[in-house]
Design a protein around this ligand. Structure first.
Ligand SMILES: Cc1ncc(C[n+]2csc(CCOP(=O)(O)OP(=O)(O)O)c2C)c(N)n1
Length: 634
């Protein structure tokens, strides 16, 4: 009845979009009633029945569709793109496939708690072509995660029929490939769906394992109402109309004498009234007002309490040791912290940061992962939704491209969208100068710098590295944590032995001087120091940003006002780099204090080349020295 009402409202221009699930209702309804109320369900765009089945109030549901404050995203996201922890529902993002890895994380949390719960996640046959589908199923299989992957096979992905989507016949064929059970049901038969899911859930609660449930069904309307159904042969509609799940179930209940016409009329009248009341409330509500919170709401509200080390005890540590030390102390501090990454367990990670962790913290919390950056970052988010913290190691920062979507669309946006935090730190061994070529040397912090909702750290020394990593793990918001590989073993200093944190969002002066300011971070701090030391009679402020997002505008303004000349330096390529933003900001906000144009130096706008002379030419060190001299002479 809600579906029918939505179609009317759409025609009247009162809602903007509707993805109809008419013809597929039995799957959502069968599923939602087959599991306990506190078991998570991760639905897709045609699963209205999951929401109504979990008694999501109609006024809030309709408010959500209309972009009202009473909706679950305060007008920030549309349709079913929301979650509600209260109802144990985690909604989708438009990209479809990433949803499945979140189910893995939620299920992993259940498994770690050993609380015997199943998790249900939906996907369409079309989305099964995405890499995320494979990654999530594979992780669930390897880790024996109690997830039911419900594939609603309705024969089409938008207009594309299954035979243009995949070559196999049925999704049950995929079970053996993943080494897991796969079952097919008539998705239009409510009782069959319900019984099968109930039994599967019982089974996987006792014996955690993933299972594929293929539900055969048909989409009776267009992909969404505006796209029509011209591409679907008419006879298919006729065939499937006979199998309408709602009508058939109603007929069955009448045959069984559970229902008769008068009861049906009563039920319909009650539902009609509820829908109308819910709609009235939603329509009566004004559109959201713009408030200051819009910008701050990209982060979960959190005020850092900077922690000093308990004693003066300190020892010489290389960058790599300081990071390892911080990570270990955070693992000791938070017994709900899980580390995941390729080769991080027995092998200790390719840079040996997690060496010995497995012995100390066990295999549950120090997890070797298959090669699947997207699924693992998504799993980290799922863990967080279900009460854990996650640190995910990219083997090299370059490989984050394979998990990019989860970071920029899921981790970064989830708090703004529906108030769920993403307590995930992604560790990023980064940087060039190691003769490793285009795919093991990149600086890619600018990709994330541009993404609201993330926090990005890039320490230049062991003390900051340990304290900032601890700070990132404490904070329930999502972080990218850059670690320069060339500094891992080249740099050491006295580092406090105790646990401590460094303030996020706060730059530090790595040197103080009068003639100009060099604003930089990471390797740039060391280049700047070397350059200034090589120039006789020159002194400079070297401002180490340390946090790139959100960066310390106050400290930038203070140093510009002090020296009146500024050069922004970084290892990342020049165009659209972090330096571009900082230079633009200085020009706009500190113009009156400048005695020279804001200078920038960075790597060349090319991939990172392999051969030494080419790599040296790519990196900014030499050009930077030139520019420094010019700026001093200006
Ligand atoms: C990554 C991505 N590519 C393309 C789309 C556009 N799109 C939205 S739904 C859809 C079809 C999905 O088909 P399926 O998974 O079978 O689900 P159904 O709509 O049939 O329920 C497409 C192509 C998208 N949302 N995300």
């Amino acid at each position: 009845m809600i579906e029918e009402k939505m179609l009317i409202l759409l025609r009247q221009g009162k809602i903007s979009k509707w993805f109809s699930g008419i013809g597929q209702e039995a799957i959502s309804v069968g599923a939602v009633n087959a599991v306990a109320e506190d078991e998570f369900i991760l639905p897709m765009h045609r699963n209205l029945g999951v929401f109504t089945g979990r008694n999501v109030p109609y006024n809030r549901l309709f408010g959500q569709f209309q972009g009202k404050n009473s909706g679950f995203t305060k007008g920030r996201d549309r349709s079913f793109h929301f979650g509600t922890r209260e109802h144990h529902i985690v909604g989708m993002i438009s990209h479809l496939g990433p949803q499945m890895a979140l189910a893995d994380g939620i299920a992993l949390a259940h498994k770690l708690k050993d609380n015997k719960k199943a998790t249900l996640v939906f996907t369409g046959d079309g989305a099964s072509s995405e890499g995320d589908f494979h990654e999530a199923l594979n992780v669930a299989a390897v880790w024996d995660l109690p997830v039911i992957f419900i594939i609603e096979n309705n024969g089409y992905g938008l207009s594309t029929p299954s035979n243009e989507q995949f070559r196999f016949k049925n999704f049950t064929d995929k079970g053996p490939g993943y080494g897991i059970k796969a079952v097919r049901v008539d998705g239009n038969n409510l009782l069959e769906v319900h019984r099968t899911i109930r039994e599967l859930a019982e089974e996987i609660r006792k014996n955690p394992k993933p299972v594929i449930l293929e539900a055969m069904t048909f989409r009776m309307r267009g992909h969404e109402e505006a796209s029509g159904t011209k591409y679907v042969p008419k006879e298919l509609f006729e065939q499937w109309a006979k199998k309408d799940p709602v009508e058939n179930f109603e007929r069955y209940l009448k045959r069984q004498k559970v229902l008769d016409d008068s009861k049906i009329d009563d039920i319909r009248a009650k539902i009609k009234k509820d829908i109308e009341e819910g709609l009235k409330q939603a329509f009566d509500e004004p559109l959201p007002e713009v408030t200051e919170i819009e910008q701050s709401d990209i982060y979960f509200p959190y005020q850092q309490e900077v922690k000093a080390p308990a004693t003066d005890a300190a020892s010489e540590k290389r960058l790599v040791d300081a990071i390892s030390d911080g990570l270990k102390q955070s693992m000791e501090r938070y017994d709900n912290l899980v580390i995941m990454g390729q080769d991080v367990a027995e092998y200790g990670g390719v840079f040996k940061i997690t060496e010995g962790f497995l012995e100390q913290f066990g295999k549950d919390r120090v997890r070797n992962t298959p090669l699947c950056e997207s699924a693992i970052i998504g799993t980290g988010l799922g863990l967080c939704i279900n009460g854990y913290k996650a640190v995910v190691e990219m083997q090299f920062a370059d490989f984050v491209t394979c998990g990019f979507n989860q970071i920029v669309n899921n981790l970064a946006k989830i708090h703004y969208r529906w108030g769920q935090n993403a307590d995930v730190v992604v560790r990023m061994p980064t940087g060039a100068g190691v003769g490793a070529g285009p795919f093991h040397s990149q600086s890619n912090e600018a990709w994330f710098f541009h993404t609201p909702g993330l926090k990005v750290l890039y320490p230049s020394n062991p003390v900051d590295a340990k304290g900032l990593l601890n700070a990132a793990i404490e904070d329930p918001n999502p972080y990218l944590f850059f670690e320069h590989k060339a500094l891992y073993r080249a740099l050491s200093s006295e580092v406090p032995d105790d646990y401590y944190t460094v303030e996020v969002g706060k730059a530090a002066l790595a040197a103080e001087g009068e003639d100009l300011s060099i604003i930089t971070y990471g390797m740039g701090v060391h280049w700047a120091k070397e350059a200034i030391d090589s120039l006789e009679g020159v002194s400079a402020d070297i401002l180490d940003l340390r946090t790139i997002l959100p960066w310390d505008k106050e400290a930038v303004a203070a140093t510009v006002k002090k020296t009146n000349k500024v050069l922004v330096l970084h290892e990342d390529t020049l165009t659209g780099g972090v330096g571009a933003e900082i230079a633009a900001w200085i020009s706009e906000h500190c113009f009156e204090h400048l005695d020279a144009p804001v200078s920038r130096e960075a790597s060349l706008d090319t991939p990172v080349p392999f051969s030494r002379p080419l790599e040296e030419n790519f990196l900014p060190q030499q050009r930077f020295l030139e520019k420094l001299r010019r700026l001093l002479a200006y």
